[in-house]
Design a protein around this ligand. Structure first.
Ligand code: SF4
Length: 692
């Protein structure tokens, strides 16, 4: 299934969810893979950020895994693919026979393509378990839950292009597109702002988004710099202000929603002044922001992990939905509730069913009718109980979970309370890691399978605004590596027989996927072409929807669901021992656990090590000077980082990143979960700081 081409091939940047088109060109030898711009790429029209421009740097990196490895007596030795496959199949069979199918867990990855995640989740289900999850659990599981339940689809309601054309006001809460979605920010949102759109930013941190729109110097834009974990009270002030002033859209509420009375009852005795105090933002500023949102012709909400990564993540996003529904800001261009997705294929990985509670197309595993329709295509019975999420699987490692199959993920760094995750992984009986580098997690594996990179293979990915696009690859760099799909076909066929697990090529997998995924049903590789299609495409020929819900919502009764929510503080709040709130976020130049970006000279040069932002008043209290090495501690661990004293962060809050293995923020973060979406509370942990 490799593509040996010497002409440049059009593909998609492997990093964030914007889905920028780039080209890769094969040089004179297999390791020589060059980056080229794609001038008329549908999303980015040739523009590229620093990550996209440096993406090919890691394809031929000297650290690439080149041979299968098997651990013996605590050491890895090179092995043949035959040995590796035999070991995997015999261990997976032993675990199922000794315990039960639910003793295995499977991690898909948003760094891999739709077809690969589709086949991995099919293997898990054929094995007999729904213990399959992916990294969306860590970023937008709560967003997906709230959007799916209250509107119908767990995705951006609108597209970047219609937001650029029609958006009058962008309410950006807990998201930082200036840092994390640079081309969406510069090419779409900035264009709208240049034409008069207003930005209301809600974030504890003054960040690249603040700077990119010159928010602090503007009379038009606003930055509401709230305390971490106070998003619900802030939005409740906004909503109550809108109710008090009768700025609601009565017709929209009457015809297109239900639950409005619940919202008004919830806010009846809500004290705006006390809530503003809790948020740490002047009440009049929040009221002015509410007026700006309500008065805009088309107001769009952008939501990010500052909202989703909380124990109240589902309720945080529900309150954004409430705001959009009561003002009629849904179902039109330039409006909506729009999660900005962090990874190249995080939307698609969910769409194709690499989740414990849903099958492809978000069909619930415990819905008998949905399950039967997928079983009719697959030809085997699917377990009906939702499985464990990835954080739950890690908690259970060495307890009820005895084996783990990890494709392209690095949970030892990406999951909260990472020291505990490492301890749990030591207790596993068997672990397979399929990756391109020896990651921090791969060291805990029994078998490591060397995979090809994004630039060496083809498939499809789905970007943040539901656009499904094709990726294409050039020649393999290392002869004995394999494409993820080839590996999965081999494992599936050896475990369960060829039928349903052996495909002629990657397109044949997509052809099966679209049979069981209703919103992809009208797509083929040919129809995707070079521009891709925004799902849903239910029938062949559907052109896809740049914005959703024009006439009704995809809920059972077609109505948008309003539900009042109340403030729930983070699970950990500051106390005498840990007097600060630690919050975390990503940098433009790095990508999640840094597996790729730390190996890119261009990217690593920008930020070679971790650091912490601390407010000058806090720095003075702890006698910390800018540039000092400091130790950050939480109840779960400690890291040493350089202090950056800056007024950009709110007093009482310290801010750091998860990218660096030597000092990863996730040794400190709290693994407590949102009850429904099971997303961890990365955004608020009690912590202390001291000079090292
Ligand atoms: Fe890649 Fe995102 Fe940058 Fe576009 S904005 S080049 S998709 S990292």
């Amino acid at each position: 299934m490799s593509t040996d081409e010497s002409d440049p091939v059009k593909t998609i940047c492997p990093y964030c969810g914007v889905g920028c088109g780039i080209q890769v060109k094969q040089g004179d030898d297999p390791g020589d893979v060059k980056f080229m711009p794609w001038a008329d790429a549908p999303v980015n029209e040739g523009r590229i950020c620093i990550k996209g421009g440096a993406a090919t740097q890691v394809v031929n990196h000297e650290d690439r895994l080149t041979e299968p490895l098997i651990k013996e007596d605590g050491e890895f030795r090179e092995a043949t693919w035959e040995e590796a496959y035999d070991r995997i199949v015999s261990e997976m069979t032993r675990i199922r026979d000794t315990y039960e199918p639910d003793a295995m867990g499977f991690f898909g990855s948003s760094k891999t393509m739709n077809e690969e995640n589709y086949l991995l989740q099919k293997i898990a289900r054929r094995y007999g378990t729904n213990n399959i999850d992916n990294c969306t659990r860590m970023c937008h599981a709560s967003t997906v839950w709230a959007l799916r339940t209250s509107l119908g689809a767990g995705a951006m309601t609108n597209s970047m292009a219609d937001l650029r054309e029609a958006g009058d006001l962008f309410w950006i809460q807990g998201a930082n597109p200036g840092e994390q979605h640079p081309i969406a920010n510069s090419q779409y949102f900035r264009q709208a702002v240049l034409e008069g759109a207003t930005v209301i930013q809600v974030d504890p941190h003054a960040n690249k988004t603040t700077r990119s729109f010159k928010i602090s110097e503007s009379d038009r834009h606003m930055h509401l710099q709230l305390n971490p974990g106070t998003d619900i009270p802030l939005l409740n002030i906004v909503i109550k202000t809108i109710l008090e002033n009768d700025w609601i859209d009565e017709e929209f509420i009457a015809n297109r929603t239900e639950g409005f009375e619940h919202l008004t009852e919830t806010l009846e005795s809500f004290d705006k002044a006390a809530a503003a105090e809790e948020c740490g933002v002047p009440l009049e500023d929040i009221e002015l922001a509410a007026e700006k949102y309500a008065m805009a012709n088309n107001a769009a909400i952008f939501t990010g992990m500052g909202m989703s990564q909380h124990t109240c993540g589902v309720d945080n996003v529900q309150n954004e939905i409430n705001l959009a529904l009561i003002t009629g800001n849904l179902g039109r261009p330039g409006t909506g509730v729009n999660p900005l997705r962090g990874q190249n294929n995080v939307q698609g990985t969910c769409d194709v069913g690499a989740m414990p509670n849903v099958l492809p197309g978000y069909q619930l595993v415990d819905d008998d009718e949905a399950r039967r329709s997928v079983e009719a295509v697959w030809g085997f019975e699917i377990p009906s109980e939702p499985g464990l999420t990835n954080v739950e699987i890690s908690h259970e490692a060495g307890r009820s979970i005895h084996g783990l199959y990890i494709m392209g993920e690095n949970p030892i760094m990406s999951e909260p309370d990472a020291n505990e995750v490492a301890k749990r992984f030591e207790e596993l009986e068997f672990c397979v890691v399929q990756d391109i580098f020896m990651t921090e997690t791969a060291r805990y594996a029994d078998v490591i399978l060397p995979a090809t990179t994004w630039a060496e293979r083809g498939g499809t990915v789905t970007n943040t605004d539901r656009r499904v696009q094709r990726m294409r690859g050039v020649q393999k760099v290392h002869e004995n590596t394999k494409h993820d799909l080839e590996i999965l076909m081999e494992i599936g066929s050896r475990l369960f027989g060829e039928d349903g697990f052996r495909f002629d090529d990657v397109e044949a997998v997509f052809e099966e996927l679209r049979q069981v995924c209703p919103s992809y049903h009208g797509m083929t590789y040919e129809l995707l072409g070079e521009t891709g299609l925004h799902w849903p495409c239910y029938e062949l020929g559907d052109e896809g929807d740049p914005y959703l819900y024009e006439s009704s919502f995809d809920t059972e009764n077609g109505l948008g669901q309003i539900e009042g929510v109340r403030h729930q503080p983070p699970a950990e709040v500051p106390d005498e021992e840990y007097p600060l709130i630690l919050t975390t976020a990503r940098l433009e130049e790095h990508y999640n656990t840094g597996t790729m970006s730390r190996r890119s000279p261009t990217l690593n040069r920008q930020h070679p090590e971790n650091f912490v932002d601390i407010h000058p008043n806090d720095a003075a209290r702890y006698e910390i000077e800018d540039g000092d090495m400091v130790t950050l501690r939480s109840r779960r661990g400690e890291i040493e980082v350089k202090a950056q004293v800056t007024e950009a962060i709110k007093e009482g809050v310290i801010w750091t990143t998860p990218h660096f293995a030597a000092a990863s923020a996730n040794r400190l973060t709290n693994d407590v979960l949102d009850d429904r979406a099971k997303i961890p509370e990365y955004k608020a942990a009690a912590a202390e700081i001291a000079i090292t």
